[in-house]
Design a protein around this ligand. Sequence first.
Ligand SMILES: *Cc1c(COP(=O)(O)O)cnc(C)c1O
Length: 351
Amino acid sequence: MIAYANTPLFWDTLGQIPRLNLAQFPTPLLAMPRLATKLNVKELWFKRDDLISFGLGGNKIRGLEFLMADALAQHADYIVTGAGVQSNHVRATAAASAYCNLRCKAVFWGRPPDQVDGNYRVTRMLGAESFFTGDPDRASVDQGIARICGELIDQGHQPYPIPRGGACALGALGHVLAAHELYEQCDESGFMPDLVVLAAGSGGTHAGWLLGTHLLGNPWQTISVTVSREVKAVRAEIARIANETAFYLHIDWQFTPEKVAVHDGFIGEGYGIPSPEGANAIRLVGRSEGVLLDPTYTGKAMAGLIDLSQHELAKDRSIVFLHSGGEPAFFAGAGNWLQKDTNVSPTNLNR
Ligand SMILES: *Cc1c(COP(=O)(O)O)cnc(C)c1O
């Protein structure tokens, strides 16, 4: 077993895996002093992956740099992926496909929406072809992707399937690099956070950060706030993807689900349904720092961080919050979930 922390050799190996250069890195690491004061934490920084300079940004671009390079190496002519109609992942994949001159088919659960807005409007504009499973079950997307790939193969095409969220070993590599990127940024400015907080949906992002943090010698603790799956399921997914990624990199290491730190209690009524706590978190961050969060991921993750800031784990600590993007979903629908205005401070967040 190699000690990976500060071993340039390992990061060089990772650097040699084919990767499409879609955006400029590093993304900014910005101090949020007003919010830090309100939350009573020592230091609070946002890692601005929402500002990734391609396809409206967000964490999904990092995984797509590896996935699209692989698709091109395999001479694919179609990218097939899917999720919910307001998916950031599908929008980002549609942009990357267009950029690579590949056709894109997007499978969505449920039925076509009445409004073509937010991410869905962008996805359609980018030329991705949409299919609806007619089934509200999110897993119906996985069968839909497999079925469409089968049809394309029958027609003599070379489809490249990307699972929901890009949650697989190759996609997670992008987030391993993100952890390394943050480490270098912090190192340069002479500080290290105690905690990195991020949103977990499909789990690929946390999986990459978990492995990346481990490879750096655990300079901080990485904790996610689940916005979709129940905590036991998401822990298992994160460990599974992190282990697959470690295996892919020939790293002799296994994560167990119990060791994956996930904060629970902020899903609200369900995935993609804005919650009052998330809306309050969005207002608080917007009004103190002028930064926009989204109702599906980062708003709920911030609601989780606000809660954590009142507990021992985060109280009086230096924290990096991963702003993983998602803003287009803020502009989907009428936004009624934001109407119930309250004068926000962390202490009157109606939990
Ligand atoms: C997809 C997404 C996440 C979560 O990433 P997973 O890898 O699916 O867990 C967080 N924030 C935003 C904005 C996303 O689009």
